[in-house]
Write a protein that binds this ligand. Structure first.
Ligand code: ATP
Ligand code: SF4
Ligand code: MG
Length: 432
């Protein structure tokens, strides 16, 4: 049958729907209210757990990605930079997953593209298995493509409509000589089966598949080279919420089976909570809070994280101390070409003070696996009177230089977590 004669695709074409998945799918049906991922999460596998002893497969240090802004006219001079990513530091454990969340435009995709080396970072280190891949170029990048892959947000635009599924999934196998030519088809069919697609459909075109199935094709393509790390850029946000549970289940199965680490980029905090035992929250190119699931979802100490979480029905209550109201942020997100001085969140922060305009808050470790970049870190409504960072920065409460203070760079910035941290109650260094 020619491609144009194929019947209209439906999600039920997926051959491996379990009863739970069918239930989840039904949830997106006739209900008056649109279900959220939290509604269907019971149909997903159990939430992923943290292995605190796993070594880091990816270690990102002070990663920056700037795009030059040029003047118009004949001589196009550089007049500034879009500071899309401005000093990210974090680790992703082997076989684990870190979630990267934040509003649209905060730099999530740019960070993902710099880490997978689709972009050359402007500065910083990207250590994959201990080797800095940031300076690599040309041929030196080819071996890296095997180990680090990306799943893209849009399952419609990320698959070439003129190529068959077999050609799309088989391309990385051919380019990297992964299997002898005569065995490519068998391997493609195996990959299609792994992601829950009919292996006999290898000669069909992307437009013959539904959104969920297309994302499975994208996943099969990413899996073809048996990567150790996948940067998944909003892998389920273009899908119906019921189909999200199926795809999340698939990613969890693949992660366990093949020991793949994930940097999981997403808007939806409920999806991230399920898939990622650790989460980093970004605002305007920087990480403002990072920590394990409990630290972020029930003990957030940054006003921005608290505002984001208050908008998620099932986690809002924990972070707002039982109150149901949503924290409304006022003002627009500033331009990354000319970000605010000091703390980038200060123009929208409900508790900003003088020091916030003068000094950028360091990403201070405040718990065993919890860091926050705020001069006044606290649970909602409990902000301290004085900036806790003043002594570390060598300034007074207003941000003016304090000759009596001894600045310290201990406990701040850098990827990973130290064994000691800043105890917010005692205002001293705590111990793990
Ligand atoms: N190639 C580019 N040239 C110039 N600016 C860019 C480029 N790519 C991204 N930007 C800018 O960098 C900032 C971060 O963009 P990015 O796409 O990384 O955000 P995001 O967090 O992924 O957003 P979304 O959630 O909408 O996908 C934005 O201001 C964007 O306009
Ligand atoms: S540093 Fe200041 S402006 Fe920034 S989040 Fe904290 S209180 Fe708000
Ligand atoms: Mg994006």
């Amino acid at each position: 049958m020619a491609p144009s004669e194929q019947p209209e695709p439906t999600e039920n074409d997926t051959p491996d729907l379990t009863p739970d998945e069918q239930l989840a799918e039904a949830l997106s049906g006739d209900s008056d209210e649109l279900p959220t991922f939290a509604d269907v999460a019971s149909h997903a596998h159990a939430a992923a757990q943290l292995d605190p002893d796993a070594p880091a497969v990816l270690r990102v240090e002070n990663l920056k990605m700037y795009f030059p802004v040029r003047s118009t006219g004949v001589i196009r001079r550089k007049v500034g930079d879009v500071q899309a990513v401005d000093g990210l530091s974090f680790e992703v454990p082997k076989g684990g997953s870190l979630g990267l969340v934040g509003e649209s435009g905060c730099g999530k995709s740019t960070a993902g593209r710099a880490i997978t080396r689709l972009y050359k970072p402007s500065a910083g280190k990207v250590e994959f298995e201990g080797r800095d891949i940031a300076p690599l170029s040309g041929r030196d990048l080819k071996p890296l493509r095997r180990d680090v892959q990306m799943i893209f947000q849009d399952p419609y635009s990320s698959l070439n409509p003129r190529h068959t599924v077999g050609s799309i999934v088989g391309a990385p196998l051919r380019i990297h000589n992964m299997v002898p030519k005569e065995k490519t088809l068998a391997r493609v069919q195996e990959l299609l089966e792994i992601v829950g697609l009919n292996p006999e459909h290898y000669n069909r075109y992307p437009n013959e598949f539904s959104g969920g199935q297309r994302q499975r094709i994208g996943i099969a393509r990413a899996l073809a080279l048996q990567p150790k790390l996948i940067v998944a850029d909003e892998p389920v946000s273009a899908l119906d919420v019921s189909i999200q549970a199926q795809v999340i289940n698939l990613l969890q199965d693949l992660q366990r089976e093949f020991d793949i680490a994930f940097l999981f980029i997403a808007h939806d905090l409920a999806v991230v909570r399920h898939f990622c035992p650790e989460v980093a929250v970004m605002y305007l190119g920087k990480i403002v809070e990072i920590g394990d699931r409990d630290s972020i979802y029930t003990n957030a100490h940054h006003p921005y994280t608290q505002a984001l979480l208050s908008a998620v029905p099932d986690v809002g209550q924990a972070v707002t101390g039982g109150r149901r109201e949503r924290i409304q942020l006022t003002g627009d997100v500033p331009s990354p070409i000319d970000p605010p001085s000091g703390c980038r969140f200060r123009t929208r922060c409900p508790i900003a003070q003088e020091i916030c305009a003068k000094h950028e808050p360091p990403l201070l470790q405040i718990g065993k696996r919890h860091k926050v970049a705020c001069h006044f870190p606290a649970r909602l409504g409990e902000a301290p009177q004085q900036p806790v960072t003043a002594r570390l920065l060598g300034v007074d409460a207003h941000g003016q230089p304090d000759p009596g203070a001894t600045p310290s760079s201990d406990l701040v910035d850098g990827p990973g977590y130290a064994d000691t941290w800043f105890d917010l109650d005692a205002k001293t260094i705590g111990r793990g």
